[in-house]
Design a protein around this ligand. Structure first.
Ligand SMILES: O=P(O)(O)OC[C@H]1O[C@H](OP(=O)(O)OP(=O)(O)O)[C@H](O)[C@@H]1O
Ligand SMILES: Nc1nc2[nH]cnc2c(=O)[nH]1
Ligand SMILES: [Mg+2]
Length: 167
């Protein structure tokens, strides 16, 4: 895709930060499901949605968890989103009462594809960029479009040289 801004900035998210933000997402969603405030199921958009979906499902005591697999990026290069694996349609139906969880929305292309599968679902992401915001029903933190978010599963702790010194 050529119309995207280059990712000039980096936003690095630790496991601890992700846990806190995913719990904040769960807090915002609790009591807003269609059946006495409850949600019928969680659908994680793999792979990035799996860790946030697990945390949300735990906080909201949702035991029915399924996945939809959509691949659209190879590292930072976007291509046409493809559904590689669908959720159990007997469970999710048209999406009514279903909470779809992903780590982030960037251009919104992934969520467009997912929404077409489950038009009545509620879509939640932990992070959002402005271009994709209209595709999301609930999110926690917004970052600018030219920011690349680095998740804890893409990083490792490493030595950092001091500002002053020979090391
Ligand atoms: O709003 P968009 O521009 O469509 O981008 C957002 C999607 O991109 C990433 O997934 P990716 O395709 O990299 O796969 P992954 O979750 O397996 O890492 C991210 O986890 C979102 O699902
Ligand atoms: N890890 C990661 N994946 C993405 N997919 C689309 N945008 C992003 C991003 O900012 N970070
Ligand atoms: Mg993803």
């Amino acid at each position: 895709m050529t119309d995207l801004l280059p990712h000039e900035k980096g936003f690095h998210v630790s496991w601890d930060q992700l846990h806190r933000d995913a719990r904040a997402l769960a807090w915002r969603l609790q009591g807003h499901g269609p059946e006495n405030g409850a949600w019928k199921a969680v659908v994680a958009i793999t792979r990035g949605g799996m860790a946030p979906a697990m945390i949300v499902a735990r906080e909201l005591d949702i035991r029915t968890v399924d996945t939809i697999s959509v691949k659209s990026y190879n590292h930072q290069t976007q291509s046409e989103p493809r559904v590689i694996k669908s959720p159990d349609m007997e469970v999710v139906g048209d999406g009514t009462g279903v909470l779809i969880v992903d780590d982030l929305v960037d251009t919104g292309r992934t969520l467009e594809v997912v929404r077409a599968h489950m038009p009545n679902a509620h879509i939640a992401t932990v992070y959002a960029k402005p271009k994709g915001r209209p595709q999301v029903d609930t999110f926690i933190t917004e970052v600018s479009q030219d920011t690349w978010i680095f998740f804890p599963w893409d990083m490792a702790l490493q030595y950092v040289k001091p500002y002053r010194g020979d090391e």
